[in-house]
Design a protein around this ligand. Structure first.
Ligand SMILES: [Zn+2]
Length: 473
């Protein structure tokens, strides 16, 4: 489509040329810093959302039933009842909620396209057997394609920051491929460098390469680095079962590099192992608050450890989901998607599941309000990942990671409290606009900077090759 055609359509639609700006190739000055060969991301530009129900998630700012949010060059520069923004392209926010994008805190993006191989009703074809059998054959290109597909789903569902929990880093080239996928997609996030599927438990991770990646990333507001550790309690051998000595060695190597550490857990055993090895600390994120006890919660709170809960997946696991008890004990809890092979990326459903679990377990006695749930899904995640200074709330000076959620669909029309609507009623298909770092990456249910059909086709090609290598039938 030519620029003239885009402008003509914008005029016909009674809109300004913002959509046009988002669709046009960026100017030289607005080029992304992504590696050579990457597709260009849209320019950041300047826009103002007008007349939206604004939920800032910043207590010092509050909410506006009808308010404006002004963004310039990737930064939130104004928010209020009515913001002066001469020269900014106006976006009509009426009938939408304007809020910070969701922050996911644990997601195995490399598994995404394996959903085409999985069957929920066949134990041999569920998440673990499939990801392990095919994961050991991944090329760097496979990693790139799978991560891009996962990030596309994230964007379309309003996730603007993600924790890419990469536990199939088979070589330095695989790490680079996943990082390139993150940069090419335009989301903010942490890359958690991990082991490879099937790696011997006696073999340490490649910390020389982790140090190299740290140098390569440098200081970057879009991308940070962490380390994911193999399981240390032996509860899931396909995800590793290292002993305490190996854990001490690897965790101290991560800490020498100043990198945060994340670990899957499945109950008290792993927490007690970490305690005995003196490894707990505020740089630790644990995942899946299941099967723990009051002594664990006290210990975790004392050491400033935080926990990521993946409500949709955990609801199907054995044992008790205990994020409520952890929150009551003072442990910081955030929310995560985990994977989009056996689950789906639906932050509204995740919040709703947390609310349901609270009702089920406490009869609603714990005050897990709908506003608190939206906090957990936004600023809470940003705090977990160390991004709270730059995202997680609509605060002037922070980077512009925001979404518009339409509230006029048949399941949403005439909403009451906006937080209740987000937790009880909203669906990912209500997300009308997604901006990350001031770039509009998804609008009117369309991607502005990627060819989704090509990502799907590339992924299918990878899966065919992986199945052949694995002799999978
Ligand atoms: Zn996980």
């Amino acid at each position: 489509m030519s620029k003239d055609e885009i402008d003509r359509r914008a005029v016909l639609a009674g809109t300004t040329a913002l959509t046009a700006a988002a669709l046009l190739p960026p100017t030289a000055s607005a080029q992304t810093t992504a590696p050579a060969g990457s597709p260009a991301l849209p320019a950041r530009g300047e826009f103002v959302v007008r007349g939206a129900h604004v939920l800032s998630m910043d207590p010092s700012i509050g909410d506006f039933e009808s308010g404006d949010v002004h963004v310039r060059d990737g930064v939130i520069v104004g928010i209020g009842l009515s913001v002066q923004a001469p020269g900014a392209t106006a976006i009509d926010g009426k009938g939408t909620i304007c809020m910070p994008g969701f922050v996911d805190t644990h997601w195995h993006h490399w598994t995404t396209f394996l959903r085409s191989v999985m069957r929920a009703d066949d134990p041999k074809k569920t998440y673990f057997p499939v990801t392990f059998a095919l994961g050991v054959h991944y090329t760097p290109e496979d990693s790139y394609r799978a991560v891009r597909l996962g990030l596309a789903e994230a964007l379309s569902a309003g996730v603007t920051t993600t924790h890419n929990w990469a536990h199939n880093v088979r070589s330095p080239a695989h790490a680079d491929a996943e990082i390139k996928a993150m940069r090419d997609s335009g989301l903010r996030g942490r890359f958690a460098y991990g082991p490879a599927q099937g790696m011997p438990n006696t073999q340490p991770m490649d910390f020389a390469d982790i140090a190299r990646v740290k140098r390569d990333i440098g200081k970057d507001q879009m991308l940070t680095l962490g380390v994911n550790s193999r399981n240390i309690d032996g509860s899931n051998a396909s995800r590793g079962a290292i002993n305490a000595d190996m854990a001490k060695k690897e965790w101290s190597a991560a800490r020498e590099l100043g990198l945060p550490i994340t670990l899957h857990t499945n109950g008290s055993a792993s927490i007690q192992l970490l305690k005995d090895a003196d490894l707990l600390g505020p740089d630790v994120q644990l995942v899946h608050p299941l099967n723990t006890n009051a002594a664990d919660w006290e210990l975790l709170a004392k050491h400033g450890v935080h926990y990521s809960t993946s409500p949709l997946g955990e609801a199907g696991r054995t044992g008790e989901m205990q994020f409520i008890e952890m929150m009551q004990a003072g442990v910081k809890v955030s929310m995560s998607i985990d994977n989009v092979t056996a689950e789906r990326c639906d932050c509204f459903a995740c919040m709703h599941m947390m609310q349901t679990i609270n009702k089920h377990r406490t009869g609603g006695k714990f005050a897990l309000t709908t506003k608190k749930l939206v906090e957990v899904a936004t600023i809470g995640g940003a705090e977990d990942l160390g991004f709270a200074d730059i995202t997680g709330s609509l605060t002037p000076g922070k980077r512009a990671d925001l979404i518009l959620v339409r509230t006029t669909a048949p399941h949403m029309g005439d909403i009451g409290d906006p937080y209740d609507a987000l937790v009880q009623l909203a669906q990912p298909s209500d997300i009308e606009l997604v901006a990350v770092d001031g770039r509009i990456l998804h609008r009117n249910r369309q991607f502005t900077a990627l060819e989704y059909g090509k990502l799907v086709a590339d992924g299918a090609q990878s899966v065919t090759a992986l199945k052949a290598k694995a002799k999978w039938s």
